[in-house]
Design a protein around this ligand. Structure first.
Ligand code: GDD
Ligand code: MN
Length: 386
């Protein structure tokens, strides 16, 4: 007869499985960085007690496959592959919510963050010395050598004072993408995080009911190991978005506000281009089928639309930015299609309203609003949806 095995008690962790720390690593085209990173994590954290969670947004370079290949050899490695989703902040949040470990850290997967800080950060949380541990480039002993530009560093300093007001916490590097906290702390406020952009730490700190006790650890921000940076939006800009998001984001969603502001700037661009065209070529179209206005209006619309596309790609959707020639051209075409349907909706709505005796300007405004909402809804789905 087979002997019955006694199931282990639920409280006693199985040997070698006392999971303490999950290191969440959002990835976008980081294929070649993964294996060396896991090796460095092992060096810093020892053989067990931790897991590495790669959260990959379906990178075209096959990062998810590379992560799965690693996970097959190493059970400490886990993979979340997101399809049809993009964004560093939301990837970090999803990774942090996917673990049973009592502590979570978020780190860049490109080797710019030093895993050797992890044990000190963990010790500070474990002893109760701090509630959140942050790797800082600007605290004594840290360095920002790997920062891509001097402006970025300046921007960081400027943003710190503002960040203090937002979070109630004194921080030298509020935009740091390297931090650790108890996973329960994260879960307690996760439903209030915005998940937009890459100001995830700022967002977590600002969402706290009481300011967290934060300890900073000097981080020598290294050069990227391979691949390229995706996040060159300035910290000041990111901070302003954060502010808006908190104060007005529930009334007019942050991305829509950005989209609308850029759209309004696009109207100015349109008028300037049209005026310049009429000024220069207004007299040269005699006896032709098309009038100077028609040509000018077409050119102005195309320029304004391209202006909108470029700015939305750089700012509104910086965290989901399209890059590379093919992606940009495809995005531009989809954006153009979206806008033409939006224009039809705009004219249609305005025309109907005028028939029902609405004031022409009120009708025009309603058309513009409907058209913009349409453009926003469609382009967020089809142009930047992935
Ligand atoms: N899943 C996912 N989705 N991961 C992403 C995305 C995304 O849309 N965008 C970037 N990542 C990953 C990258 O693969 C990398 O592992 C990490 O997030 C950071 O991205 P980088 O593109 O390397 O950012 P960076 O080096 O320019 O910016 C760093 O410094 C900023 C402060 O100056 C990051 O640490 C930021 O978090 C930080 O705010
Ligand atoms: Mn980086």
């Amino acid at each position: 007869m087979a002997t019955q095995t006694i199931p282990p008690s639920a409280e006693a962790p199985a040997p070698g499985h006392a999971l303490k720390l999950a290191v969440v690593l959002p990835t976008l085209n980081e294929r070649d960085n993964l294996a060396p990173l896991v090796a460095r994590l092992e060096q810093a954290l020892g053989p067990d007690g931790w897991e590495a969670i790669f959260v990959d947004d379906n990178s075209p370079d096959g990062t998810s496959d590379a992560a799965r290949a690693l996970a097959l050899k190493d059970r400490r490695v886990r993979v979340i592959q997101r399809i049809g989703r993009r964004g560093l902040a939301s990837a970090a949040i999803e990774g942090m919510l996917s673990t049973a470990a009592p502590y979570v850290a978020v780190m860049d997967a490109d080797h710019q963050h030093d895993p050797n800080l992890l044990p000190q950060m963990l010790a500070a949380l474990d002893s109760g010395e701090a509630e959140v541990a942050v790797g800082s480039r600007f605290v004594e002993g840290g360095s920002a050598a790997g920062l891509s530009s001097a402006t970025r560093e300046k921007g960081s300093h400027l943003a710190n004072g503002l960040a203090r007001r937002l979070t109630g916490v004194e921080l030298t590097d509020p935009m740091s993408g390297f931090f650790m906290l108890p996973s329960a702390t994260l879960r307690a406020t996760a439903d209030r995080l915005s998940g937009i952009g890459f100001k995830i730490l700022l967002d977590i700190l600002a969402t706290a009911d009481e300011p967290y006790r934060v300890k900073e650890f000097p981080l020598k921000f290294a050069e990227r190991a391979s691949g390229e940076s995706k996040l060159d939006r300035t910290v000041v800009f990111e901070y302003l978005i954060g502010l808006y998001d908190r104060w007005l984001g529930h009334i007019i969603p942050t991305r829509f506000a950005l989209f609308g502001t850029i759209g309004a700037a696009g109207v100015v661009v349109h008028m300037v281009v049209l005026a310049l065209f009429l000024e220069s070529f207004g007299g040269t179209f005699r006896n032709t089928v098309v009038t100077p206005f028609e040509v000018g209006q077409t050119i102005a619309a195309l320029v304004a639309m391209t202006f909108n596309f470029v700015l939305n790609n750089a700012l509104t959707y910086a965290d989901k930015r399209l890059s590379g020639f093919g992606e940009l051209v495809a995005g531009w075409i989809k954006f153009a299609l979206t806008c033409s349907i939006g224009l039809l909706a705009n004219i249609g709505v305005a025309a109907v309203l005028v028939r029902y005796d609405f004031n022409e300007y009120v009708a025009a405004l309603a058309g513009i609003v409907i058209g913009s909402v349409w453009n926003f809804a469609l382009s967020s789905r089809f142009v930047w949806g992935k």
